[in-house]
Design a protein. Structure first.
Length: 141
């Protein structure tokens, strides 16, 4: 599995815009977790639009991951990209202790911090667990 497929599998998919599961309103989401000012109730995209939006957002997330965790590569870098894709660079940059553990290669500590000591682990516990396991093993699964 490559990083793009990993993030797509974590996001789920919809051709039709749907409301945020927490707020039940804004931000509206479409494709593989894409949000933006053009996404609104009733919007429907085709696959080409979905793929283009995914690639734009994924490229930005990859750039953010390299900025926030420059020493990481392979699956562990893909996990940081997945996190940046899901929560955005600004929010991920606030996970200072988690990023410190990643920088030092303390994978069990990073996984624990991601799952239990951040709001992220409570918002999307299955994804946090999966990302934590990938950090520990160094393999996307």
């Amino acid at each position: 599995m490559n990083g793009q497929d990993y993030t797509k599998s974590n996001e789920g998919f919809s051709l039709k815009a749907y409301p945020d599961p927490i707020t039940h309103a804004d931000p509206w989401t479409i494709a593989w977790g894409y949000t933006g000012p053009e996404v609104h109730e009733g919007l429907i995209w085709d696959m080409a639009q979905c793929q283009a939006a995914f690639l734009r957002k994924y490229d930005a997330a990859q750039f953010a991951a390299k900025e926030l965790a420059p020493r990481l590569s392979g699956a562990r870098s893909d996990v940081i990209t997945d996190l940046a894709y899901n929560m955005g660079e600004h929010r991920l940059s606030a996970f200072v202790q988690f990023l410190h553990y990643c920088d030092k290669g303390l994978w069990a500590d990073a996984a624990h911090d991601l799952r239990f000591n951040t709001a992220y682990g409570y918002e999307v516990p299955n994804r946090a667990h999966r990302n934590g396991q990938c950090l520990i093993t160094g393999v996307l699964a």
